[in-house]
Write a protein that binds this ligand. Structure first.
Ligand SMILES: *Cc1c(COP(=O)(O)O)cnc(C)c1O
Length: 366
């Protein structure tokens, strides 16, 4: 059968391997498998969320409130914007999809960093648009600006702040200087999936959505409940932008794209900031152990502003083999070989999970 030809260039997104797969393939008991591959919160989520969702489960027969009034109000309050500045998605992934689909077309290009979140490219190719990447793997705004000035057909620029899968984060003042150079007709997507982590570690990395959309009406900020809030399985994210952009994106949204359990979970999660704060604090305490470990074993890391860390190997080691051997021992990490890197990305786990990773890794690496 012939399909839309844009699909010919598209690969299916490869998600982190689920625990169930390792149980089936390697016969390891589920309780002995640790997943450090998808940047989930190893502490789970707020207990208050679990209780609220349990209660909400009695309403499963009813469609959710499609205006999403309560969640929008809560987000508007948190970010000091109006509900007209907010769109809710099934994960921030869906908001990014709407944004790219609303703006890109076969005559345009989308500019991204050399190694960044894979979905930007997939959503772009779905529209028939082309992807332009900087030569540098990490965000390099100088290179981005050069490419931007040399290509008048760029309709979207995506900045991942901080960047997945590498973990680096550009300073906010440099982002603003970059935005000064961008034409008001170009949409700039600022993916803040890990902002809770970055702004805790270094205030110079903090993006304030209300400020950025006021100064630069051509930007959209996206955030998620999947990482610091520990709700990856609930699928909830949001976009914050000027009403003109939100209105365009809403045309792409199907009704009831969020379940009522998800709405409840997100609303209650926002009220329990103590949970998020504790998660972020522990994350960076634990990250120190990874930094010390890398130093002791003599391999490179990329300084991370997120809940994961990239370990880079020299030519004597192969990241694919290391990831495979770890998996056979029940530890799932992300091999970055497909990005042309000899590196793995490891989500910072609980202290116990991290200790097991270190022990296991040492026996493989030595
Ligand atoms: C995890 C992640 C997202 C969004 O995840 P959702 O679960 O769809 O909210 C978006 N961008 C980046 C860079 C991510 O790592």
């Amino acid at each position: 059968m012939q399909f839309n030809s844009v699909l010919d260039n598209l690969k299916t997104y490869e998600a982190g391997k689920p625990i169930e797969l390792v149980v089936r393939e390697y016969g390891i008991e589920a309780k002995d498998v640790i997943k450090l591959a998808s940047n989930e919160n190893p502490r789970g989520c707020s207990q208050k969320v679990i209780e609220a969702v349990r209660e909400e489960a009695t309403k499963m027969n009813l469609y959710p409130d499609d205006s999403m009034y309560e969640l929008k109000e809560a987000l508007a309050h948190k970010y000091n914007v109006s509900d007209k500045n907010i769109i809710i998605g099934s994960g921030s992934d869906q908001v990014i999809e709407f944004a790219i689909h609303a703006k890109a077309n076969a005559n345009t290009k989308v500019l991204i960093a050399g190694v960044t979140f894979a979905m930007y490219e997939i959503y772009t190719l779905q529209t028939g648009a082309k992807v332009l990447k900087t030569p540098s793997a990490q965000h390099n705004l100088k290179e981005m600006l050069e490419l931007y000035k040399a290509n008048s057909d760029i309709s979207i620029v995506v900045l991942c702040l901080p960047n997945n899968p590498l973990g680096e984060c550009v300073d906010t003042k440099d982002v603003y200087a970059f935005l000064d150079e961008i034409h008001p007709e170009t949409l700039v997507i600022i993916d803040g999936a890990y902002q809770e982590y970055a702004r805790f570690k270094d205030a110079a990395k903090k993006i304030e959505p209300s400020d950025i959309i006021a100064k630069y009406p051509n930007t959209i900020y996206t955030g998620t409940f999947s990482k610091a809030y520990g709700l990856g399985g609930m699928r909830c994210g949001y976009g914050i932008a000027q009403p003109e952009i939100i209105k365009a994106l809403l045309k792409l949204r199907a009704p009831f794209n969020i379940t009522n359990l998800t709405l409840k979970a997100a609303i209650v999660a926002l009220r329990d900031q103590d949970f998020v704060d504790a998660s972020v604090r522990e994350n960076f305490e634990q990250m120190k152990a990874y930094e010390a470990f890398a130093k002791a074993l003599g391999f490179r890391i990329i300084e991370s502003y997120t809940n994961f860390i990239v370990l880079e190997f020299d030519a004597r080691k192969n990241s694919g083999e290391i990831a495979q051997k770890l998996m056979e021992k029940g530890i799932i990490v992300r091999n970055l070989g497909s990005y042309g890197m000899n590196a793995i990305r490891v989500t910072i786990g609980t202290p116990e999970q991290n200790s097991r990773f270190f022990e296991c890794f040492k026996t493989l690496y030595m």
